[in-house]
Unconditional design. Structure first.
Length: 203
């Protein structure tokens, strides 16, 4: 992606333009590892970054080469997964991902040939994987540029603050979508600034 083009385009929105001039957003390289990152995201749900990192490292240590191969993960008993700090529900979700990966070869899937919506529909078939989770994968694992996660609480709070939105629920999401239309095709980039803004990050 040409970051300069995205920045120049997004500055057409004065509010986002203001964030761009006052907030630094670090570069990142999308891993492309949907299967691995999907497992990581499930482990991380509803946990602090610190706790999630510890548990995921313990989870990886269950495997001889520190990689959660689907065929090995499927064979693990829930008790073994719970022993590293995972809940029974998360243990089940991880095994669901492994089973789905075995059937659909997530490690070598041709993601580049699928649209964002096709990937959301495809991965949401897995019990325990919702739309928000897949959107995060689209943004940070595949580096898709035009994802708008309207269900993300951080994005909602940032847009309420930045644009003075006083609505909630469906009406808030409607307003968010209307505003974000001006960011196409770089809504992912705009959201990265919104997250940093919400967290109070400054240059």
């Amino acid at each position: 992606m040409n970051q300069a083009n995205a920045i120049l385009y997004l500055q057409q929105d004065p509010a986002i333009g203001g964030l761009i001039t006052s907030i630094e957003v670090p570069d990142f390289t999308p891993s492309g590892k949907i299967y691995y990152d999907l497992l990581d995201s499930i482990v991380s749900q509803q946990l602090s970054v610190k706790v999630a990192t510890v548990i995921f490292k313990r989870f990886l240590a269950l495997f001889p080469d520190q990689y959660p191969h689907p065929e090995q993960l499927i064979g693990f008993e829930p008790e073994l997964l719970r022993s590293v700090g995972l809940s029974n529900q998360k243990a089940g979700y991880l095994r669901n991902v492994a089973a789905f990966s075995q059937q659909n070869d997530l490690e070598n899937h041709h993601w580049h040939s699928m649209s964002d919506e096709e990937i959301i529909e495809f991965l949401s078939q897995i019990k325990g994987v919702g739309k928000w989770t897949v959107q995060m994968l689209l943004m940070f694992t595949l580096g898709r540029l035009d994802v708008m996660p309207i269900d993300d609480l951080g994005i909602q709070q940032a847009m309420q603050r930045l644009y003075g939105l006083e609505t909630s629920g469906k009406e808030l999401k409607k307003q968010m979508l209307e505003i974000s239309e001006t960011w196409r095709p770089y809504r992912t980039v705009a959201c990265r600034y919104l997250w940093r803004f919400k967290d109070g990050k400054k240059v």
